[in-house]
Design a protein around this ligand. Structure first.
Ligand SMILES: NC(=O)c1ccc[n+]([C@@H]2O[C@H](COP(=O)([O-])OP(=O)(O)OC[C@H]3O[C@@H](n4cnc5c(N)ncnc54)[C@H](OP(=O)(O)O)[C@@H]3O)[C@@H](O)[C@H]2O)c1
Length: 262
């Protein structure tokens, strides 16, 4: 099985911590040159220094805020003009704040739509010509299992994730003919700062101990544990590899079996 990503460049969003960083680590281990995107430049420098360089990989970063699509477009377009083709795009950023949908403000939906869908679209468009030209393209979107089954207390997130999944499927239909695949990875509950934050918010709002919140979540997972970020990253790395050339337009839950439907 060919998992070699040598001489491929991967642009990975939200990659200074959590799932995005784990993805960047795995792609670098397979030989890819990594370009990180996040807001905090110090964290970007620190993360970049940790990635594997045994195969001569060159890593870099772009500072950009996904809540500012114009900035994302400008910085990424300049970067691609300077550095050339991006072969692998991993669309990922921080998730929308938790909360029930009936009290969500309209601005929360537009903010989440901008951060998740509009910026994915800007990045995919910026990478498209290079992917076509090189005959190798992988667009992988980190979404959530809420694409298949809405999650409790994540009203805005549930709504926007469905839009992103359909955006991706539409792209998959259009660009497959150029050797570009577009797939969605749907993480279940994964050990990251976001998961910790969601559990703490739920504990505070429900006035229940944090451990009770955690145990309730674990009960729903057949594997009876949360995922490690590296386990999500392994799925992304496979989809990014030559071995996954014929997998296109899928939603892949990596959730220990938690999602109740197929
Ligand atoms: N963890 C889970 O259990 C879980 C489950 C299902 C789905 N997900 C989804 O998977 C994605 C990643 O989750 P995670 O747990 O890895 O998140 P995380 O630990 O909160 O990490 C988020 C990353 O995104 C960057 N980021 C946040 N806001 C940004 C912005 N406006 N512009 C640019 N970069 C930004 C952060 O860096 P800076 O702060 O420096 O910008 C950081 O590198 C999210 O969409 C999340 O909802 C997570």
């Amino acid at each position: 099985m060919n998992l070699d990503l040598k001489n491929k460049r991967a642009l990975v969003g939200g990659s200074t911590q959590g799932i995005g960083k784990a993805v960047a680590i795995e792609l670098a281990l397979l030989g890819a040159n990594i370009t990180l995107i996040a807001r905090n430049e110090e964290a970007l420098k620190k993360a970049k220094a940790e990635f594997n360089t045994d195969k001569g990989q060159q890593h870099s970063y772009i500072v950009a805020d996904f809540s500012n699509p114009e900035e994302v477009k400008k910085n990424v377009t300049h970067y691609i003009q300077r550095q050339g083709t991006v072969n692998i795009l991993v669309n990922n950023t921080g998730g929308p704040p938790a909360g029930p949908i009936n009290i969500a403000q309209t601005e929360e939906f537009t903010t989440a739509f901008t951060n998740h869908l509009i910026c994915n679209h800007i990045l995919a468009q910026a990478c498209l010509e290079g992917m076509k030209h090189s005959g190798y393209g992988r667009i992988i979107n980190i979404i959530s299992t809420s694409v298949k089954q809405p999650l409790h207390n994540l009203g805005v997130s549930n709504t926007i994730r469905a839009a992103v999944a359909n955006w991706a499927k539409t792209w998959a239909n259009e660009v497959g003919q150029f050797g570009i695949t577009v797939n969605n990875v749907l993480p279940g509950a994964t050990h990251t700062q976001r998961l910790q934050g969601i559990m703490e918010t739920n504990a505070t709002k429900s006035e229940k101990p944090l451990d009770e919140i955690k145990q309730t979540m674990l009960k729903e997972i057949p594997m009876k544990r949360f995922a490690e970020a590296a386990e999500i990253a392994n799925a992304v790395a496979f989809l990014a590899s030559p071995a996954a050339a014929y997998i296109n337009g899928v939603n892949l839950p990596v959730d220990g079996g938690r999602t109740a439907c197929l």
